[in-house]
Write a protein that binds this ligand. Structure first.
Ligand SMILES: Nc1ncnc2c1ncn2[C@@H]1O[C@H](COP(=O)(O)OP(=O)(O)OP(=O)(O)O)[C@@H](O)[C@H]1O
Ligand SMILES: [Mg+2]
Length: 328
């Protein structure tokens, strides 16, 4: 961990429920982490573990209801975003913090040209005039590697390839030089050949702007290449935190060990999709003890009775597992 750098974002005990017809879904259960200036972190975990809800909660983009932030703080440069009036929050969102989503087609409006949409965003946040905002848009398209941006600017989203559309989304996200960029599965909807290019664009932008990055991805190879630190999530909790190297060389939590094995198997046994045995518990009815206990091969009696503490195994390496506790 980079203790000498000050933290840009500090998420404290973030707890988010969804109030649904079927009851209360405990989607996020006390998430804690900090992100330093210029730091790049990844969030990994199986589908439904709460990656998107965590970052949408940080961005204040969850629809309330059904979502309810039951507890927690999201400190951005020391200010709790969750207590800000919506207008102030909206100002920070899009200028200081930007988000890149999975599917650029759903975020771009099909009836407006790229220039129109980018110009609009730039005018709102930077108060530029129309002509200046178009010039700025062209400049931004250039920054994300779109060839002949002065032509592209007059095109509609459907005229661009998926990769180009994602570049446009990135260009929009960086128009105010945000200090924090959150990318939620930014390449999942794209062709494999394009995925690496988009990751390169994001990397390049982050390095040039000296921004921080939160990257959510299923792709552990991308995690290994792109980020410095990883948060592993399971059932709405961070179960392991550590540097990329630590995580890949010596995963601590049985869940992380399973995840890594799972990926290796995919590579070695094509066509077969082995998973970690057993089912993720329902977030409507989470178990008393460790949420992973029913699937864990190393489960001991206390795991079923009592939630494991978050143990600092060594500096910067945290793991929520009884196996590492002396109290068990
Ligand atoms: N609007 C909602 N109402 C009820 N439950 C929701 C809602 N949005 C998300 N959830 C639940 O919250 C949990 C976390 O969802 P989330 O979208 O964060 O998962 P994820 O880790 O991003 O998964 P994926 O990898 O598939 O994107 C899931 O169980 C999901 O069903
Ligand atoms: Mg998601």
């Amino acid at each position: 961990m980079k203790e000498n750098l000050s933290s840009l974002l500090e998420v404290r005990n973030l707890t988010i429920d969804f109030h649904t017809m079927d009851g209360i879904a405990r989607a996020i259960n006390g998430v804690n982490f900090s992100l330093f200036k210029k730091e790049k972190i990844g969030i990994v975990g199986e589908s439904g573990c709460g990656k998107s809800v965590t970052v949408l909660g940080i961005m204040g983009l969850l629809q309330k209801p059904p979502a309810k932030v039951r507890e927690g703080q999201v400190l951005f440069k020391g200010r709790d975003l969750l207590t800000l009036p919506e207008r102030e929050f909206a100002e920070i969102r899009g200028s200081k913090i930007s988000m890149i989503f999975q599917n650029p087609m759903t975020s771009l409006n099909p009836v407006f040209t790229i220039g129109n949409q980018m110009g609009h965003v730039i005018r709102i946040h930077q108060g530029l005039r129309k002509k200046e905002s178009i010039e700025k848009a062209i400049e931004l398209l250039q920054e994300v590697g779109i060839p002949s941006p002065e032509k592209r600017i007059d095109e509609y989203p459907h005229q661009l390839s998926g990769g180009m559309r994602q570049r446009v989304m990135i260009a929009m996200a960086i128009s105010c030089r945000p200090q924090l960029i959150i990318a939620d599965e930014p390449t999942t909807a794209l062709d494999v050949t394009i995925q690496a290019q988009i990751i390169d664009v994001i990397q390049d932008i982050i390095d040039r702007f000296e921004s921080s990055l939160i990257l959510i991805t299923h792709d552990l190879a991308v995690v290994a290449e792109t980020v410095e630190r990883v948060l592993v999530m399971y059932a709405g909790k961070i179960v392991e935190t550590g540097s990329v190297q630590e995580l890949f060389e010596s995963p601590k939590h049985p869940y992380t060990q399973g995840l890594l094995g799972w990926i290796t198997n995919i590579e070695t046994e094509r066509g077969k999709l082995p998973t970690i045995d057993g089912m993720v518990p329902s977030i409507f009815n989470l178990p008393e003890g460790c949420s992973f206990s029913n699937r864990c091969k190393q489960c001991i009696p206390i795991c079923i009775r009592q939630e494991p503490p978050n143990i600092e195994i060594k500096p910067g390496v945290l793991c929520r597992c009884w196996l590492y506790s002396e109290e068990r």
